[in-house]
Design a protein around this ligand. Structure first.
Ligand code: NAD
Length: 477
């Protein structure tokens, strides 16, 4: 039997569930179909972000930082705890509790905002109907008729042909969040966001971690002054980061996994107990569309959309990781809001130039806008202001005087073009820069904004002052 809706959303990750809630808030009869399956076989809303990405990784990050502090930092505060020990089962249970609470929260939000949450696998058919096969009985299908369809199918980890996942010793990011013991020797392929975040979690918990990264430049997409400061810190902490290291394959033996890779010095083998493969994600668009719909995919499987997320098929939209742009939860959510508002006939747009990026290592890395390398390439004249956390009172009191804030402003107009941070709580601090850039603030606007003392945000203020060589608590170079 078919059901009719104004809007059917396929996928309940941060792009899809947010689109569904906003559509319902706009008075549209909305359904959201999702087929996420957890390792216990049970369904949960929230997609990768809540179930196996952002949230569980941040839970483990927090736990591992606590453990690291107990071992290495408490003494500096005069606190003696003796030998801190680790209960990985309890740590994982805390993580699961947080995930469970938040995914259950989405089901509750659906209920309170009148979104019909449907568990099942959806496919868009040629005639615009959404066919849903039931989560528990896949042979049972239902048809949903909708005026508008929003595709928010997300992404999945890229698997290396020479190194298939075995879900036990060779794992993707999801498997790496579920180790029940701390691996003695941990290999990570890919020194990108996931490799660094998960590598540093297990390193803090006691693993000897080696990261093999194919590129010669560390974090090539990041401002290189920030990237160089970060890699120095990570290496000081004991992360063995090998750049220009291209992995060609691996063999599993009794004593672990032998990973084969080549760099400019020749061929090498790395012996590890567990291996995380984090070499990127690809759009989860296989089996999403019946042959012959008007929705077009690019050669990498991304759904082709315009600036307002319209696909090539009338009244079919696509948002989040399955379309172009950075694979970030907050980018997907904002696209979801924009599309739900456009469907409701409201004015809505998305500012793709001001999307914050964050890497949740310690210290954290966060940025928004253009890097110094990009400005040089584009021939834009700019001014630079930097301020080190070593000169920030709050950072020193926190025992975290590491890293810097860097601000780039247009040499003529003074408009802020980019802000880059490596340091404590960079993820929270970047919000000020995002707001400033959204309002097209100048460096002077931030210079004249009062920042509370003593806070980390004073480093942002000082970086803005340094743009005009007026920093108070540092030498202006
Ligand atoms: P990534 O693109 O960030 O990094 C993958 C890295 O693997 C690249 O540096 C690449 O050069 C390297 N690589 C590829 N093939 C290799 C090989 N054979 N040998 C060695 N190195 C190789 O991808 P990711 O870390 O897997 O993350 C996937 C996506 O998820 C990204 O788009 C990321 O932005 C997103 N994500 C974001 C966050 C966050 O916002 N904090 C967290 C997790 C994931």
């Amino acid at each position: 039997m078919s059901q009719t809706f104004d809007v059917v959303v396929i996928g309940a990750g941060p792009a899809g569930y947010v689109a569904a809630i906003r559509a319902a808030q706009n008075g549209l009869k909305t359904a959201c179909v999702d087929n996420w399956k957890n390792s216990d076989g049970k369904h949960a809303f929230g997609g990768t972000c809540l179930n196996a990405g952002c949230i569980p990784s941040k839970a483990l990050l927090e736990s591992s930082e606590m453990f690291h502090k107990a071992q290495h930092e408490f003494a500096a505060h005069g606190i003696q705890v003796g030998n801190a020990t680790l209960d990985v089962t309890a740590m994982q249970a805390r993580k699961s509790g947080i995930v469970h609470g938040l995914t259950g929260g989405i089901a509750a939000l659906f209920k309170s905002s009148n979104v019909t949450g449907i568990r099942g696998t959806a496919k868009l058919l040629r005639d615009g109907t959404v066919e849903v096969s039931d989560f528990d009985a896949p042979d049972k299908t239902d048809a949903l008729i909708a005026k508008h369809v929003i595709l928010a199918a997300g992404s999945e980890p890229v698997e290396l042909q020479a190194l298939p996942f075995d879900r036990r010793d060779i794992v993707d990011s999801r498997g790496a969040l579920e180790f029940s013991t701390v691996p003695k020797r941990l290999g990570v392929i890919g020194g990108g966001v996931i490799g660094l975040e998960l590598g540093s979690v297990w390193q803090r918990l006691g693993s000897r971690v080696t990261i093999l990264e194919a590129m010669d430049n560390f974090l090539f997409m990041t401002d290189q002054q920030i990237a160089q400061t970060a890699v120095r810190e990570f290496r000081k902490q004991g992360l063995d980061i090998r750049l220009g290291a291209k992995v060609t394959g691996a063999d599993k033996g009794k004593s672990g996994i032998s990973v084969h890779y080549g760099d400019r010095d020749g061929k090498h083998d790395l012996e590890v107990d567990k291996l995380i493969v984090a070499v990127g994600r690809r759009p989860a668009t296989r089996n999403l569309l019946q042959e012959g719909t008007g929705v077009k995919l690019d050669p990498h499987g991304f759904i082709q959309v315009d600036a307002e997320c319209r696909s090539g098929m009338k009244n079919v939209w696509a948002v989040g990781d399955c379309v172009r742009g950075p694979m970030l939860a907050h980018k997907g959510s904002e696209e979801g809001v924009m599309v739900a508002d456009l469907i409701a006939g409201k004015v809505a747009e998305m500012n793709y130039a001001v999307i914050p990026s964050i890497i949740y290592t310690w210290p954290e890395i966060a940025w928004v806008g253009r890097t110094e390398e990009e400005l040089k390439k584009q021939g834009i004249k700019y001014k630079t202001g930097t301020f080190p956390f070593a000169a920030n009172g709050r950072a020193r009191a926190m025992e975290a005087p590491v890293g810097l804030v860097k601000m780039l402003a247009d040499a003529r107009s003074d408009e802020i073009l980019g802000v880059h941070i490596v340091g404590p709580m960079a993820s929270e601090m970047i919000a000020e820069a995002v707001t400033a850039m959204e309002f097209r603030a100048s460096a002077e606007d931030l210079q004249r904004t009062i920042h509370a003392h003593p806070t980390l945000s004073e480093a942002m203020h000082e970086a803005a002052l340094a743009v005009d060589k007026h920093a108070i608590h540092a030498i202006n170079k």
